[in-house]
Design a protein around this ligand. Structure first.
Ligand code: AMP
Length: 189
C-alpha cells in the first residue's frame, strides 16, 4: 500500500509516518529527511540544498524526483511506502505517478492533515526548543516563508488528488493518538 501524507509544515506528517512505520512495517520516504542527511554527509546535493532549505524555499523538482527515483531502486519499497513531505508540487505529483506506474503500482491513499496556521507557529516553536535548534529552518521567520510556499505550490496538488477519489482529510488539531486512530480508520476502508 502506498500512502501520501499531505499538510503544512508542523502538521504532524513525520510523527504519523513514524508511527505507521513502527506499526505496519512501511518504508517512510521523507524528502526533508533525505535532504538533511545529504547536508550532514556534506554531499554536492546537500551543499546545493542547504541555502534553499534555510530560506524556506523548495528544492528543484528534478533533484527531488531524482532522489526519490534512486531510493526506489533500493528495492525495499515493494511492500508499501509512506511519503512524507513529498510531493510538494504538481510536477512532483505527476513525476511520482509516472514512477509508480512504471513499477505497476499506484497511490492507494492520500491523507491531508489539516491544521490552522496559528497552531503551526506554536508547534514549530516547541519543536525548535525541544530539538535545541537542530533544524535551522524551524524559526518563525522561515516558517512564515514555508507556509507561503505551501499555499502557493503545495496546496494546488490537493485538487490533483481530489479528482482521484482516494483522498481523505484528517483534523490535525486533535491529539497525536486521535489523529493516528483517524488515519487507521481511513487505511481500513
Ligand atoms: P520538511 O522536513 O519536509 O519540512 O522539508 C524541509 C525543507 O526541505 C523544505 O522547506 C524544502 O526546502 C526542502 N524539501 C523537502 N521536501 C521537498 C520537496 N518534496 N520538494 C522541494 N523541497 C523539499
Amino acid at each position: 500500500m502506498n500512502i501520501i501524507l499531505l499538510g503544512p509544515p508542523g502538521a504532524g506528517k513525520g510523527t504519523q509516518a513514524e508511527r505507521l512505520v513502527a506499526g505496519r512495517g512501511f518504508v517512510q520516504l521523507s524528502t526533508g529527511d533525505m535532504l538533511r542527511e545529504a547536508i550532514a554527509n556534506g554531499t554536492e546535493l546537500g551543499k546545493k540544498a542547504k541555502s534553499i532549505m534555510d530560506r524556506g524555499d523548495l528544492v528543484a523538482d528534478d533533484i527531488i524526483l531524482g532522489m526519490i527515483g534512486e531510493r526506489f531502486e533500493a528495492g525495499d519499497t515493494a511492500n508499501g511506502v509512506i511519503f512524507d513531505g513529498f510531493p510538494r508540487t504538481v510536477a512532483q505529483a505527476e513525476g511520482l505517478d509516472a514512477l509508480l506506474e512504471g513499477q505497476g503500482q499506484a497511490i492507494d491513499h492520500v491523507i491531508e492533515i489539516r491544521v490552522d496556521e496559528e497552531i503551526l507557529f506554536n508547534r514549530i516553536e516547541t519543536r525548535a526548543s525541544e530539538h535545541g535548534g537542530a533544524r535551522s529552518d524551524d524559526t518563525a521567520e522561515v516558517l512564515a516563508k514555508r507556509l507561503d510556499v505551501h499555499r502557493q505550490n503545495t496546496a494546488p496538488i490537493l485538487p490533483y488528488y481530489e479528482a482521484r477519489g482516494n483522498m481523505s482529510v484528517v483534523d490535525g488539531m486533535m491529539s497525536i493518538d486521535d489523529v493516528a486512530a483517524a488515519i487507521d480508520e481511513i487505511l481500513k476502508g
